[in-house]
Design a protein around this ligand. Structure first.
Ligand SMILES: NC(=O)c1ccc[n+]([C@@H]2O[C@H](COP(=O)([O-])OP(=O)(O)OC[C@H]3O[C@@H](n4cnc5c(N)ncnc54)[C@H](O)[C@@H]3O)[C@@H](O)[C@H]2O)c1
Length: 286
């Protein structure tokens, strides 16, 4: 290895050794939160893992065992007291928390496949409470445990910024989530707590499969993306590790797109290639 300046220690690698992290949102081995949990653990962190109900317990328990999670608890953010009990257990066991991943999103099945214009007040409130206010509550509960600073990361989608067919009600919900990331980053920054979002491209998971037109979404994303492919859950996991680590110590209030570049494209960006292929088609002798 050549002699490198001090800033580039050749032995350096992403490490969360000795760090304590909370991962909320593992439903099964396809969950984006599971990819993140694997990367956190491989980097040396100790993890608290949650499951939402008895139905998912059987899927999540072996995963929690796999990452040797010393805290494994039920936590439905919609059930009064469960989030508070989780943070009380973290305080009792570790006395602190260094990072957390909020990978929670849901809305009522009748709203999932309906138009935003038809969404009831109750359905909208439920989606906002579970998918957005839960992050705000986690920030509130994590703050006293992050005396030496910390990192909060949540998962969003392009539908927060642009209209994506079929995303409907979840679009404004994710927009509120990304705005909350900025406000929480502003409020918690003076305590050294960073708050960021990962805007992930579509990946086949349990939650995503419930969206109408999801396979079409996958197909279009792969065609539109500058990288001409869809992303993998592992790529979200790696980005989550980066945001939990000191390598992003000065990054906060950010929405990091892990979407093979889809977010930079507009319908207009394909005009030239469409025009070119039409022109070529005309020139091709029949
Ligand atoms: N898969 C994608 O294409 C994609 C893309 C961008 C963003 N996201 C976001 O990633 C996050 C994770 O979703 P996923 O795709 O990994 O699917 P998933 O089904 O594996 O995970 C969703 C998680 O939300 C949890 N959840 C739902 N309601 C909850 C509640 N009341 N209390 C506690 N937990 C609750 C579920 O238990 C589950 O673990 C979601 O916020 C989703 O919107 C997913």
């Amino acid at each position: 290895m050549p002699d490198l300046p001090d800033c580039c220690n050749p032995a350096e690698f992403l490490s969360l050794s000795g760090r304590k992290g909370l991962v909320v949102g593992v439903a099964n081995e396809h969950s984006l939160a599971w990819s993140a949990a694997l990367h956190y653990r491989k980097a040396g962190a100790e993890l608290a893992i949650t499951y939402i109900n008895d139905e998912t317990l059987t899927h999540v328990a072996p995963l929690a065992e796999c990452v040797e999670a010393p805290i494994f608890m039920r936590c439905d953010v919609g059930v009064a007291g469960e989030l508070e009990a989780l943070f009380a257990a973290i305080e009792a066991r570790w006395g602190r928390l260094d990072f957390l991943l909020h990978a929670v999103g849901s809305m009522r099945p009748q709203d999932l496949r309906g138009r935003l214009a038809d969404c009831s007040a109750g359905g909208f409130a439920q989606a906002m409470t579970v998918s957005v206010h839960s992050l705000i509550r986690m920030a509130h509960l994590a703050e006293p445990l992050m005396g030496s600073g910390g990192s909060l990361v949540t998962l969003s989608y392009l539908g927060a910024e642009r209209v994506v067919d079929h995303y409907d009600v979840m679009g404004p919900v994710k927009a509120a989530l990304e705005a909350s990331v900025r406000y929480l980053a502003h409020e918690l920054g003076p305590r050294g707590i960073r708050v960021n979002a990962i805007s992930a491209g579509p990946v086949v998971t349990r939650a995503a499969s419930g969206l109408a037109g999801f396979s079409e979404m996958l197909d279009v994303s792969a065609r539109v993306a500058p990288l001409r492919r869809n992303i993998e859950a592992d790529e979200v996991g790696r980005a989550a590790l980066l945001l939990a680590s000191d390598y992003t110590a000065a990054v906060t209030g950010e929405t990091l797109h892990v979407d093979a570049g889809v977010h930079i494209e507009t319908p207009m960006s394909r005009i030239r290639s469409t025009f070119k292929s039409n022109a070529e088609a005309k020139e091709t002798p029949k």
